[in-house]
Ligand binder design. Structure first.
Ligand code: ASP
Length: 324
């Protein structure tokens, strides 16, 4: 009997994509091969003693990721992580929203074992596809007992769910962890750890677990961007529009250190006066201002897309860690 299991959950993406031209891989259909097919060509017996189990959770281009798939993924991750013989999870995913899914899972799973999201920049049938190496590296990583937490592995670099961001449209090493730097690297099949594994967020874990038992009522949170020539028309329209799904929160993608165009700010203040939760982030994401320049309103270190997830979870759980 083998000592444990690694569960590989497939969700689609370029890693499962097919191009009509194996050399020019700029045009292809994402999410064509099932997860079993992606695993079938890999020398898994040589990589790990652990048993590999696979499950297809979704089959989508991750640009189309939605809350229903997130819920399904969360349910399956909870299921597998509650089995004592599961040593780690690997999730195959498209690169476009992998950072959002990773952050969502980081905030909703108490991952005491590795949960490794991986991807590819070239489709599965490319002449030199990068997916198989990323998948092999992820299996190796997921089998290491000292690794824990939700992370993204691409091109041998390991990023935390908090810091990872897609930073390039076509390079194989497309992700960056900014100033925080990567968690580590997989070099010739060996892990070189650079910093501590991320700690799970226990409070959100607890409330999110409760939400698992019911259909999740995702609160509507929109992102508005401050830019030259910005005004409040979009925010006013969101407030005015009769909708079965009223806006409950707004994330502002501000400029620089989180500053906002005066014309947009007035509209945001009107929205806040109507009970809408507004949180401020920066379009720049990178670079924490020094303490004297920090604005107390601004959530530093989270991209607008991740801050949107944070605010949705807070509203979902009636929990308000951003409040003073
Ligand atoms: N559009 C693809 C996706 O996110 C891109 C990729 O996987 O690289 O599914």
């Amino acid at each position: 009997m083998k000592p444990g299991k690694i569960v590989v959950l497939g969700t689609g993406g370029t890693i499962a994509g097919i191009a009509s031209n194996r050399y020019d891989t700029s045009r292809y259909e994402a999410a064509q091969h099932g997860i079993d097919h992606l695993l079938s060509g890999l020398p898994v017996q040589e990589l790990t003693e652990l048993e590999i189990i696979s499950e297809q959770v979704a089959q989508i281009d991750s640009k189309d990721m939605d809350h229903q798939v997130w819920r399904q993924l969360l349910v399956r991750c909870h299921h597998w992580l509650s089995q004592p013989d599961v040593a780690g999870l690997v999730i195959t995913h498209g690169t476009d929203t992998i950072e959002e899914t990773a952050y969502f899972l980081h905030r909703t799973l108490a991952a005491r074992v590795p949960v490794v999201l991986t991807c590819a920049m070239r489709p599965a049938n490319a002449l030199l596809a990068d997916g198989p190496q990323n998948l092999v590296d992820s299996l190796v990583l997921a089998s290491q007992p000292q690794v824990k937490g939700v992370m993204v592995l691409c091109a041998g670099t390991l990023h935390s769910a908090l810091d990872v961001q897609k930073a390039h449209a076509w390079r194989l090493d497309a992700f960056s962890s900014g100033d925080a730097g990567p968690l580590g690297h997989l070099v010739h099949g060996r892990l070189r750890q650079a910093r501590a594994w991320p700690e799970p967020d226990a409070l959100i874990n607890e409330v999110a677990r409760q939400a698992l038992s019911e259909p999740m009522q995702w609160p509507r949170v929109e992102i508005v961007t401050s830019h030259a020539g910005a005004n409040g028309a979009l925010v006013d329209a969101l407030m005015a529009s009769p909708s079965t799904e009223p806006v409950r929160g707004l994330v502002v993608a501000g400029t620089g250190g989180g500053t906002v165009h005066q014309a947009l700010l007035s509209a945001l203040q009107r929205a806040q006066a109507q009970g809408i939760r507004v949180i401020y982030t920066s379009r720049s994401c990178r670079g924490m201002p020094t303490s004297s320049l920090r604005d107390q309103r601004v959530v530093y270190g989270l991209s607008p897309a991740k801050a949107r997830i944070a605010l949705m979870l807070e509203l979902l759980c009636n929990f308000d860690p951003v409040a003073e």
